[in-house]
Design a protein around this ligand. Structure first.
Ligand SMILES: Cc1cc2nc3c(=O)[nH]c(=O)nc-3n(C[C@H](O)[C@H](O)[C@H](O)COP(=O)(O)OP(=O)(O)OC[C@H]3O[C@@H](n4cnc5c(N)ncnc54)[C@H](O)[C@@H]3O)c2cc1C
Length: 376
């Protein structure tokens, strides 16, 4: 009988894993990929939607286009996971498997920050789409790009948001009447790469963006229009663009898989403490950033391990913990940082200056995955 593999979550991690399994094993494996959504959206598209550069319809990629031999994609919501028996319960039934890969991503803990709501956060698709309507109404006053907790997805994204907000306000002709402040619970915008952080801090200074590192937004008071920071101070605002605190999806917490907030894994093999159960992507505690490229890297390692085990030959490759992130610097230019978490004594990053050529690279990054996963 063909090995049964259940993959929970069709994001960067789940789709890359299933694509490699299909390419390597085809019909020799029965892969069940489960996701509650009907479409995929790249994380960075949320910024484009929010600033009116594109529409939600244009960036939603329906899962019906994800068609791979040996893989069936089910639109179901996972309601329980038993990692010991490898039984997954969904709103539509139960799925038993020989190998289980949990790739459910990171959820947002909106309630952890009093006053944060669907109208002032830009990390969900719905939030970004709502802010798209609100941003054009902001014509003067104080804007805050505020992060409510770390770790959060895509460490450079709040910096990108602040720089894109500057461009947006210049285009609408109101920048001189507005202040922009970014509140970040990290010591620098991209801690593994001092050069990238320095370049972003210079870009903020050139544009008059106030940068407050080592601070977290603890609460938002929409009536008084103030953001309370974790040191007890308050910042008045007229526009708040928030990054919610992140958490593992509740279904892994109740299933006993999460420890200290996230699913513990061997960071190089992505194995959990449960036999034949892996966790990949944002949900796993690997010590690497919560970003699509890292989720893909983890998926590649697990795919090679599963292929080796199913074929009964060789061993899988280890997760490299390295990846490239593109960073919107404003004015149409994109920078790049190549980050490496495992090969040296400490995490490091190589910075590439912003350019128009790197914009083409970023577009290629999205186009390649669209083609590889969806055949579009
Ligand atoms: C503003 C922003 C910009 C970003 N920019 C970049 C970037 O430029 N480059 C980059 O590499 N990364 C970027 N990211 C980060 C990137 O989007 C995530 O790190 C990446 O999507 C993580 O992949 P994943 O597979 O672990 O999780 P996800 O892609 O989040 O996928 C998890 C899937 O699980 C599904 N799911 C969750 N719970 C359930 C359930 N109970 N039942 C069924 N299905 C469920 C979800 O529907 C989802 O499809 C950005 C993120 C944001 C918010």
């Amino acid at each position: 009988m063909a090995a049964r593999i259940a993959v929970l979550g069709a994001g960067f991690a789940g789709m890359e894993l299933c694509t490699i399994l299909s390419e390597s094993l085809g019909d020799k494996v029965q892969v069940t990929l489960i996701d509650k959504s009907d479409a995929f959206v790249f994380g960075y598209s949320k910024l484009d939607v929010m600033f009116g550069r594109t529409t939600l319809d244009a960036v939603r990629i329906p899962y019906r286009h994800f068609v791979k031999p040996g893989v069936r994609l089910l639109r179901e919501t996972v309601t329980a996971i038993d990692p010991i028996t490898r039984r997954v319960t969904t709103d539509a039934g139960v799925h038993d498997c020989d190998f289980l890969v949990v790739a459910l991503g990171a959820d947002y803990d909106i309630a952890a920050t009093p006053g944060l709501d669907g109208a002032n956060e830009f990390y969900s698709v719905a939030g970004a789409n709502r802010l798209r309507e609100i941003l054009p109404t902001f014509s003067k006053g104080r804007a805050i790009v505020g992060v409510c907790g770390a770790p959060y997805k895509c460490p450079p994204a709040p910096s990108e948001c602040a720089l894109m907000l500057h461009d947006f306000l210049c285009t609408t002709g109101v920048r001189s009447q507005c202040e922009i402040t970014m509140v970040l619970p990290l010591p620098s915008p991209v801690p593994p790469s001092p050069d990238t952080s320095k370049a972003l801090i210079s870009a903020f200074a050139e544009r008059g963006i106030n940068f407050m590192p080592n601070h977290r937004v603890a609460a938002v008071d929409a009536v008084r229009r103030v953001a309370a920071l974790d040191d007890g101070s308050e910042l008045p605002y007229d526009l708040f663009l928030g990054v919610p605190k992140h958490r593992a999806p509740a279904v892994v917490e109740t299933g006993g898989m999460a420890e200290a907030g996230w699913v513990s894994v061997n960071p190089r093999t992505l194995e959990t403490k449960f036999p034949n159960v892996y966790a990949i992507g944002d949900i796993a505690n690997t010590g690497t950033p919560k970003a699509g490229v890292f989720a893909e890297g983890a998926a590649k390692a697990v795919a090679t391990a599963l292929v080796a085990r199913i074929r009964g030959e060789g061993e899988g490759s280890l997760y490299a913990g390295a990846g490239t992130c593109y960073i919107e610097f404003g004015a149409g230019r994109i920078g790049r940082v190549d980050v490496d978490f495992f090969s040296g004594p400490k995490p490091s990053g190589i910075y590439h200056e912003p350019s128009m050529a790197l914009r083409a690279d970023k577009e290629m990054f999205g186009a390649n995955r669209r083609a590889r996963w969806f055949g579009l």
